[in-house]
Design a protein around this ligand. Structure first.
Ligand code: GSH
Length: 231
């Protein structure tokens, strides 16, 4: 059975869940609410990070690699508006497209590092390394904005690419966490339009970004309202 282990708040895992749904692939969901011990995590991957995918006898981690594997292994049903792109890179612009994906994941690293440190009690404003991370954001967004042709198409053209999916997941993660990070998306109209288009897709609506903080013990029946221990 295909299985995905992930934390409910992870933007990387959200990207993979969206992709699995876009591909119409069923999977067993091993959702974690809190981070387990290192030894427990090591049963899934030596990086101690999620998402981890088990499929067809393989155990895979690193969300970009999982996305590459899924697109290389399963065929894409190219029906509907802006259908899923069939690979992470187009023939002829292989390196440019892979560079895009790697850069988008670096933006995700900024956000998740700042988030994890916040829950460990360190605000980015109080730490030089995290402050540098926050300074990366406008440069990354400027560069990414210049790689989009217009407000109608995605990074790989008139399709929904893994690059479009992950950037949206990372930016929505930033917008939905109390990280004191403002991406000022009004300055990046092509990226803003892209994220709005992505969030309107069924795959995004059915895999929403969830609020999380260390006191959350679960979610209400609507699937998104966080629950807290009232004792
Ligand atoms: N490069 C990894 C990053 C994954 C990642 O940072 N996952 C976070 C959740 S958002 C995690 O597992 N954090 C726990 C930890 O780093 O100990 C990927 O693309 O999958």
């Amino acid at each position: 059975m295909r299985t995905l282990r992930y934390t409910l708040g992870s933007p990387y895992a959200r990207g993979i869940r969206v992709l699995l749904q876009e591909l119409g692939l069923e999977y067993e969901q091993e959702a974690e609410l809190t981070t387990p011990s290192a030894a427990e995590r090591a049963t899934a991957s030596p990086t101690l990070q999620v998402p981890t995918l088990w499929d067809d006898g393989k155990t895979l981690w690193e969300s970009g690699l999982i996305a590459d594997y899924l697109l290389a292994t399963y065929s894409v049903d190219s029906i509907g508006p802006q259908p899923l792109a069939g690979s992470i890179a187009r023939a002829g612009s292989d390196w440019e497209d892979k560079l895009l994906l790697a850069t988008i994941q670096t933006l995700g690293n900024v956000a998740t590092t700042i988030s994890q440190m916040k829950w460990s009690g360190v605000a980015w404003q109080d730490n030089d390394y995290l402050t540098r991370g926050s300074e990366r954001l406008p440069y990354l967004l400027d560069w990414l904005e210049a790689r989009l042709l217009d407000t109608e198409t995605g990074f790989l053209g008139n399709v929904t690419a893994v690059q479009d999916i992950f950037l949206t997941c990372h930016l929505r993660f930033i917008a939905n966490r109390p990280l004191d990070l403002d991406c000022k998306l009004e300055k990046f109209p092509k990226i803003k339009a892209l994220t709005e288009r992505m969030e309107a897709r069924t795959s995004f609506i059915e895999n929403p970004i969830l609020w999380w903080d260390p006191k959350v013990i679960g979610y209400a029946e609507d699937g998104t309202t966080p629950l807290y221990n009232t004792d």
